[in-house]
Design a protein around this ligand. Structure first.
Ligand code: SF4
Length: 305
């Protein structure tokens, strides 16, 4: 059944001159058929560099918006229009404008998991892969507002020694991971390395061995072949980790770490998306020009790892 659907997708893709980008948290079958998989930073770079006319973005809305801003001449499709990110919706442009008014000389760093309107109000964007390097690159005498993820902000603050004003946003999936989950996984697999995403809460991060974005987890696993790993992030990444490292073992820290929005994309929806050219993601020029300045800085400042 899936094979037929995949063939149909291949055919439609060729007809439309489309490329399929899939985030590391997508269902395994979608990651397998994608032309490129990756984390937000990797996919943003792919979106800005591809020659294809159409980008089918298998992820959530802010990712498709980012692709549309970086490649305004391309058609960007999100196969399921309700695939959003609760964290991105935890701050809006009006709230950010108010925060800026209260801190008139501050610079704003916003996590890419944010709406286009919020990016347009920000000076810099970052991903979980380069938040530390972006914060580090800013003048030391400047106050920094970090939105919307308090946990990534806290991680960047600790790594850089900078004091950040943190917006109290969070990822509704990563906060489901608890210290009890980490402790019991360690008891079960005492020799395993715990890799956690910086979106996890601070007590979970303290119990972990490595704090990495999903792209960095893939690189770290490749450098440590044959080992066992406990994974504290959205479980979709385990599919690719296993595929790329068949000699290693990967265990989810909890089965609860599933992002329902990421799982809204299906093979059928990709077919409808390519057939109907839906759902087109467009960002008004007045917003995209400003948001692109912040995103360009994100793509320029590459992570050290
Ligand atoms: S995993 Fe968290 S941050 Fe990522 S899309 Fe889902 S809710 Fe948003």
């Amino acid at each position: 059944m899936n094979e037929q659907l995949i063939k149909q997708i291949e055919k439609l893709k060729a007809q439309r001159g489309a490329v399929i980008l899939a985030h590391n948290y997508q269902p395994g079958e979608i990651q397998d058929l994608a032309d490129f998989t990756g984390d937000s930073l990797g996919l943003s770079i792919q979106a800005s560099e591809t020659d294809a006319d159409v980008i089918v973005f298998c992820g959530v809305r802010f990712m498709a918006e980012t692709a549309a801003i970086l490649s305004p001449e391309k058609t960007v499709l999100l196969p399921e229009k309700s695939a959003g990110c609760p964290m991105a919706d935890m701050i809006n442009a009006e709230q950010l404008r108010r925060l800026k008014k209260e801190n008139p000389d501050a610079l704003v760093v916003c996590y890419v998991n944010s709406t286009a309107e919020v990016k347009a109000e920000s000076d810099y964007c970052c991903t979980s892969a380069n938040a530390v390097e972006v914060v580090q690159s800013l003048p030391e005498d400047k106050r920094i507002l970090f939105v919307p993820d308090q946990h990534l902000g806290q991680f960047a603050a600790e790594k850089t020694g900078r004091k950040l004003v943190l917006w109290p946003g969070y990822c509704t999936t990563h906060v489901l991971i608890t210290t009890d989950d980490v402790r019991s996984a360690r008891e079960k697999y005492p020799d395993a390395i715990v890799m956690a995403h910086p979106e996890c809460n601070e007590p979970v991060k303290e119990l972990s061995d490595e704090l990495l974005s999903t792209g960095q987890m893939l690189k770290f696993a490749a450098k440590n072949r044959g080992k066992r790993f406990i994974i504290a992030t959205e479980n979709g990444i385990i599919h690719t980790l296993k595929k790329q490292n068949p000699e290693s073992e990967f265990f989810p820290v909890t089965e609860r770490a599933i992002c329902p929005n990421m799982k809204k994309i299906s093979l059928d929806k990709i077919i409808s998306s390519l057939q109907e050219m839906q759902f087109k993601i467009k960002v008004p020029e007045s917003i995209s020009i400003k948001a692109k300045k912040a995103l360009d800085k994100m793509v320029e400042i590459l992570p050290e790892k």
